[in-house]
Structure formats: C-alpha cells, structure tokens
Design a protein around this ligand. Structure first.
Ligand code: MSP
Length: 533
C-alpha cells in the first residue's frame, strides 16, 4: 500500500460515537454519527491499523426517568428495551462496532465512582447552591440569555427550561481555564472542524464557570458515595462510559485496567450540540483525574428537516428502520456520507436521496462496470492479454494513479463527500472515455489492442473505486471485487486488518484480467421514488 501507509504514525486507532440517550427509538440523526464512525473505522482498518470502535447508550438522568414514567415502565426495563433497538439498528446499518457501552452496566458505577474519587481528592469538587434554568432534553443548565422567548430551549424549541434552586456538588472548571487554553494552543488539531474550534476558543475566552455535577431529587443515576442523596450528573456519568467497557472480561474493574490498551482515544466523533461537553468539560475532568487526553474531537453538523434539527425531543425525525426496509444499508450510508459535507448541516429529502443514488451508483458506477464487463465478454471473450501495455498518456491511468492519494487525504480529514467526489470523478471520466473512444467501432476495425487498453483501464478504475468506497458501501464494493475475480468480502475484518491481502491493491494497475470474467450482475438496482429497490 503506498500513500495510505505513509500517513500512519501509530498502528492503533480507537474512536467513539456518543452514547445515545434512550429517551426514544433511534432516529436518523443518531444513525448519522454512527455511520460516519463506522466509515472511519473501516478506513483506518483498510489503512493497516488495529481499530477499536465504541458506541453505546446513555441511560441515566431525569430525561430517561421521565420517559420511563410516561411509558409506565421501570427505568431499567425501559433502557433495556430501547438500548436493544440501537443495537438492532447498527446491525441493519452494517456497523462493525467492537464495544457497546451502557451506562447502567454494573461495571460502570465502579469506574465512575473511582474517577469521582480522584477528582474529589484533587480538591476539585465542592458543595454550593445551584440556581438556574435547566433544559431536561439537553440535560444542561442554560444561561438566561441563551433561551428563546418565554424560556424555551434554543435546541428543543418545544421544551421550556425549568427553574432549579438546589444544593449541588460543583466541579471546579474555572481552575482549568489556563490549562485548557494552553492545551488548545499546543494541540491545534484537537477540535475539528476549524469553525468549531473557534467557537470553543471564544467560549473559553469568555471565562469558564464551575458546573454542577450532582442532582438531588433524582433516583435514576449513580449516587455520590460521600452523600448518597446526591446523584451524579448524567453527563459526568456518561462521559466515563467511554472508558468502562475498555476493562477486559475477567479483569478487575479499575481505571488502571481500563486504560491499558486502547486509551487515550484517537477520536471522539460527536454532533456540534455536544461539543462543549467533550472539548471543555471532559478534557478538564480528565486533567483533574490526571488521565491522558484524547487526540481529537470532531463535531459534525445536524441533519435537519425544514431547517430544524431532527430529534426525538422535537418529534420531527425520520425513522432509519423504515428507510432501511425500503432501501438497503449501502444506499443509506452512501447518501448521508456523500450528499452532506461532513461538519456542515444537511437537509434530508427523499427525492435528492433517490437521485443521488441513481446518478452515482446505478448510472455512473454500476453501469460502467456492467457495460465494460459486457464488452469484455463480447469483444475479448472475457479476458485480456497478460502483457497488455497501457500507454503513458492514457487519460484514465493519469487520474487513476493519483486517486488513492487524493482519497486518503479526504478520508483522513473525515471528508467523506470529498472522497466520494474524487472517486466519482474517475468513474465519470471512464464513462466519457468509453463514449469518446467507442470500443465497438475499434472492435469492428480490428483494433484489438486498443479495445483491450480501454477495457483494462476502465475495469481497473472500477476496481480501485470499489476498494476506496468500501468504508462507505462495503456490500457494493464486495460485489465489484467479486465480479472482477477477487473472492474478497469487505465485511470481513480479517481481510482488512493489517491489510496484507490488500497491500498492492491501492495502486492503479494491478488488476489481472487474463481470467474468464463472466459474472456481470447489476451492483445497484435503480431506485424508484417511494418504492425502494
Ligand atoms: N447522551 C448524550 C451523549 C453522551 S456522550 C458521552 C447525547 N445523546 S443524543 O442521543 O441526544 O445525541 C447523540 C448524538 O446524536 C449527538 O452527537 C447528536 O449531535 C447526534 N444527533 C442527534 N440528532 C441529530 C441530528 N438531527 N443530526 C445529526 N446528529 C444528531 O447527546
């Protein structure tokens, strides 16, 4: 593997999705982060790294307790049911996660309390009176100036913030102001994309205030051992959900054991609404507990519907299961990662969904493979000469030879839409090359070498495209590979870990077509709006 290996400095990559609230069934917004995380994990594996992807559910706090009450079930039973629907969805979406963290798992309490003990000993926790407006949907205190008219939350515009006046334990965030600023300065890539980094820097510059890390009158959570009337604030509890499952089965549940192999994380992938928790609170908490810090936090944009954030609290969601029943996992993954610039907001629209998939996967890529294999069979009896030479000025070779570098750069910056665009550019160039060079005419003229060169360069480009698209559409990539004579399955982690088998495949020009390729079947059937495929 050429350029991919060069960009690797360390051979493990551990990343997380957020732990999703179980106040309702998963929606496309929650699936979005997970699809992106899975594509990153697959790309890193393809690049030769050992990867750990952790996802899970955030199950404590007032929001969950109230939802369970509204449904007339015990909170734990409620959490079990909803948490399972997330796992089922990840199965349907072809997400290859390694660990699933649940904040109601028994080990978790032990880790949270040990961590709290460290922060306590540091002198960073004290008791004080908390007065302020609390948004239960965000599980966060809001400044009065942040609220909309009549006290509604800006993110959950149908939820009024509630007034709280109670004794809470506080975390001394203000003590970390300078350390945090120094950390951001020394690690300019820590917060991505850059626009979000600036948001955080401005917020921190405005002066950090201590935040409360306990609640009273709330049973559904982990008690503070020193004062069990207080329950640990759901965010303080949930962030540690990134650490608990790292304890290997059979080992004693301690922070030291959890931190042995995979920690610190290379990446926390999150939505922009929870950036402050990850880029500020979490970092300060880890500093206080003297634990290593994550390498990067990436805050992506929102999926919106009519311009508003899609969410369970607003009730304007799109059901991913319905979408997956109608279309398949590759289609859903491709649309969201291809059509929306990662980092920015993007609206979902079914017409655009169908058009994007038909244009890229059915017409441009699918048709290219199909027509080229058809011609290979018709004009070359299904195979090409072994010693075929591709001329230096072959337009496809020129683009193909640098494709891997360009795509790697995009993937390494989590710019999936850009990676897809680079690949589709080659695919479109191949279609144009066929149309303009007209192999059917050349065949009639007896120009067998030229026909072979065209078909080779096109099929080799389709192969490379299939490989490079495999983090996003692994099933289609597998079909492409199999039609080109490789019995490789891109869902098989053993194929991609250390990528020995794929070592040379990142170069344009490795395909051998001296075998009889006779398996042309459509890789992606054209979609009809409203009917699915
Ligand atoms: N439980 C917290 C996270 C704790 S992490 C230790 C939480 N959960 S959440 O279910 O509300 O959101 C989880 C993730 O889904 C967040 O990254 C959020 O940005 C993302 N999304 C929720 N709705 C979304 C959209 N409409 N669009 C894109 N992402 C969205 O916050």
């Amino acid at each position: 593997m050429n350029s991919v290996n060069n960009s690797i400095t360390k051979d493990t990559f551990a990343l997380t999705t957020p732990l999703y609230y179980v106040n309702g069934l998963p929606h496309v917004g929650s699936a979005y982060t997970t699809m992106a995380a899975d594509a990153i994990a697959r790309w890193q594996r393809l690049s030769g790294r050992e990867v750990l992807l952790l996802t899970g559910t955030d199950e404590h706090g007032q929001k969950i307790q109230r939802t369970a009450e509204e449904n007339g079930v015990e909170p734990q039973a409620h959490c079990d049911r909803i948490s399972a629907t997330f796992q089922e969805l990840w199965e349907k979406l072809n997400i290859q996660y390694d660990l699933f963290s649940r904040t109601t798992a028994p080990n978790h309490k032990t880790i949270v309390q040990e961590f709290l003990g460290r922060v306590w000993e540091k002198g960073d926790i004290y008791l004080d009176q908390q007065q302020g407006w609390y948004c239960v949907a965000c599980e966060e205190f809001k400044e009065e100036r942040e609220l909309l008219e009549d006290g509604f939350c800006p993110i959950h515009s149908n939820r009024k913030a509630e007034w709280r006046d109670e004794q809470n334990y506080f975390f001394r965030l203000s003590a970390y102001q300078e350390k945090l600023e120094k950390f951001y300065q020394e690690n300019p890539d820590f917060i991505q994309p850059v626009s979000r980094r600036n948001e955080v820097l401005n917020f921190v510059k405005g002066g950090l205030q201590d935040f409360s890390i306990s609640r009273v009158n709330l049973d559904w959570g982990i008690p503070i051992p020193e004062n069990p009337e207080h329950t640990i604030y759901v965010w303080f509890d949930a962030l540690l959900g990134y650490i608990t499952p790292l304890v290997e089965a059979g080992e004693e549940v301690t922070l030291a054991n959890a931190l042995k192999k995979w920690y610190p994380y290379s990446l926390h992938l999150i939505g922009k609404d929870i950036l402050r928790f990850h880029a500020i609170y979490w970092v300060a908490m880890l500093m206080s507990a003297d634990l290593p810090l994550p390498k990067q936090v990436f805050g992506h944009g929102f999926l919106t519907k009519d311009g508003q954030k899609m969410g369970k609290s607003l009730g304007n969601t799109l059901d991913p299961v319905e979408l997956l029943d109608k279309y398949d996992s590759d289609a859903v993954r491709y649309y969201f990662l291809r059509a929306i610039e990662f980092g920015k907001d993007g609206d979902f629209n079914e017409t655009r969904f169908v058009n994007t998939l038909n244009a890229d996967l059915a017409n441009d890529l699918g048709n290219l493979l199909n027509r080229s294999l058809g011609m290979l069979k018709k004009y070359c009896k299904g195979s090409l000469d072994d010693d075929l030479t591709i001329s230096e000025d072959n337009p496809i070779k020129k683009i193909g030879e640098t494709l891997c570098d360009r795509t790697s750069t995009a993937y390494n910056k989590y710019q999936f839409h850009q990676a897809c665009e680079e690949i589709m550019e080659l695919v479109r160039a191949c279609n144009k090359y066929i149309d303009e060079s007209a192999p059917w005419t050349l065949h009639k003229q007896g120009e067998s070498q030229k026909v072979q060169e065209i078909l080779y360069s096109v099929l080799e480009s389709v192969r490379l495209s299939g490989l490079l698209l495999s983090p996003i559409i692994p099933n289609i990539s597998t079909k492409i590979y199999q039609q080109l004579g490789f019995d490789y399955d891109f869902n098989n982690k053993n194929l991609t870990i250390h990528s020995e088998a794929l070592k040379d495949h990142f170069k344009w020009g490795i395909l051998s077509l001296n075998k009889d390729l006779n398996r042309a079947v459509p890789i992606f059937a054209k979609l009809e709006l409203g009917e699915g495929n």
